[in-house]
Design a protein around this ligand. Structure first.
Ligand code: F1P
Length: 324
């Protein structure tokens, strides 16, 4: 078993531990007021952590009603004036970095400090550069050894979802039922890949709306990093505005959705072009299960890598920390 596969499977237990850690954290300490009182919260990350930022920011807005904006670190590091308005509204930011060392996120922390915009750091690495620049940091008790992010992605997203629910004064025990489905999500992912022969495409498209858009983008990145597969990812219905021109008999689309009328219509349209379309049904009406849905993309990336004899421990051109 590869380290990546081991860490994917560890989500069976790690996510339950992170649920307990999150509950304990938010019961014992108040979420910084500068977040709760914001008119807009920026969610900032790079690569997988940017897609995490997309998912977390949408769930945060859904639950708290506070405006959010997800940004890659480089957009603040190199173009803060294009991305952060000058209006005197109350702003804050949540900086997400597994390593706590991605140059653009750390630098974004410095820019935001100069703009007197308070920040929270979310990382696995205490004493990292991110924890030194953020006004306040949460350190998740996880050790992830693989270059590609798997359990760290789902864990950080779960933590941020619970933060959002806490601000909204929502009961977080609803996660227990969702967490009990982790094993079946893992097993069903393998079954669905096998049953629908999903390893022989040469073009994969992931689609999702709301929080699931971040899940679609991260799923696509997993296939890219682990199996060097040609991928695309969009907010579901934007795929119809041009990109679908590439969909063909060798294409496979995965839609994180609920088999709504419109999703089913899109599925039938894409199938009429000769390709396969899978709808990964979501488990909760309020997108709470998003942290768990990413597991399908992780497993598809893993299976494709094995199928193509690619070493997932040494993803081509990648390093665990990306710095200038
Ligand atoms: C995230 C990241 C991933 C990439 C690889 C290296 O950095 O760049 O996007 O896929 O896993 O790490 P960070 O979360 O440590 O800032």
């Amino acid at each position: 078993m590869t380290l990546v596969e081991k860490e994917i499977f560890e989500q069976r237990t790690v996510l339950k531990e992170i649920f307990g850690f999150s509950k304990q954290t938010f019961e014992s300490q108040k979420i910084p007021k500068f977040i709760v009182d914001s008119d807009i919260v920026y969610f900032v990350g790079c690569g997988s952590s940017y897609y995490l930022a997309i998912a977390a920011s949408k769930y945060f807005s859904l639950k708290t009603g506070i405006e959010t904006k997800a940004l890659v670190g480089g957009e603040i590091m190199f173009a803060d004036n294009c991305n952060i308005g000058k209006k005197g509204i109350k702003k804050s930011a949540i900086l997400i970095s597994r390593s706590g060392e991605s140059s653009e996120v750390v630098y974004a922390g410095k820019v935001l400090k100069e703009l007197s915009i308070p920040t929270i750091g979310i990382t696995l690495s205490k004493d990292s550069s991110l924890t030194k620049i953020a006004n306040f940091s949460y350190i998740l008790p996880i050790d992830e050894k693989s270059i590609v992010m798997t359990k760290s992605f789902s864990s950080i997203l779960l933590f941020l979802e619970i933060m959002s629910d806490t601000i909204a004064n929502e009961n977080v025990n609803a996660y227990k039922e969702i967490l009990d489905k982790t094993e079946s999500i893992i097993n069903d992912s393998f079954t669905q890949i096998e049953k629908n022969d999903l390893l022989n495409g040469n073009h994969y498209v992931f689609l999702g709306v709301g929080t699931y858009e971040g899940i679609a983008r991260e799923s696509a990145l997993k296939l890219q990093e682990m199996s060097l597969t040609t991928i695309e990812a969009y907010s579901t219905f934007d795929y119809r505005h041009g990109p679908k021109s590439l969909f063909s008999e060798n294409s496979i689309a995965i839609i994180y959705g609920n088999e709504t009328f419109e999703e089913t219509k899109l599925k039938h349209e894409l199938e009429s072009y000769g390709g396969k379309v899978i709808i990964r049904k979501t488990l909760s009406k309020d997108q709470k299960d998003a942290f768990l849905q990413v597991i399908f993309g992780q497993i598809l990336g893993l299976k494709l890598a094995y199928h193509k004899n690619i070493d997932v421990e040494k993803p081509r051109n990648l390093t665990k920390v990306v710095k200038f």
